[in-house]
Design a protein around this ligand. Structure first.
Ligand SMILES: [Zn+2]
Length: 85
């Protein structure tokens, strides 16, 4: 019989930046082929994702030619790439 005890306790996930110990508040994922980076609100842990604290998520920069799409909350805003080469 499944019980709620099966669920692992909510563990505080930390920012993935090496020199940062803040609690993660956003999740970063990316697709090399699409050259796109997504920021999502806290999602289930996934090895292909990187947790970021909110300040680091806010300051996130993506390489030239990449898009950053913030899907957190209602801020579905794609940051335009100004330097198109
Ligand atoms: Zn951080």
């Amino acid at each position: 019989m499944l019980t709620t005890a099966m669920d692992s306790p909510v563990s505080a996930r930390r920012c993935a930046r090496p020199d940062c110990a803040q609690v993660a508040g956003a999740s970063l994922s990316y697709d090399y082929r699409a050259r796109t980076v997504w920021l999502d609100e806290d999602v289930d842990p996934d090895p292909s994702r990187h947790d970021l604290c909110l300040p680091h998520a806010r300051r996130l920069r993506v390489p030239h030619g990449w898009r950053l799409i913030d899907r957190r909350g209602n801020a579905a805003v794609a940051v335009p790439v100004s330097a198109a080469g």
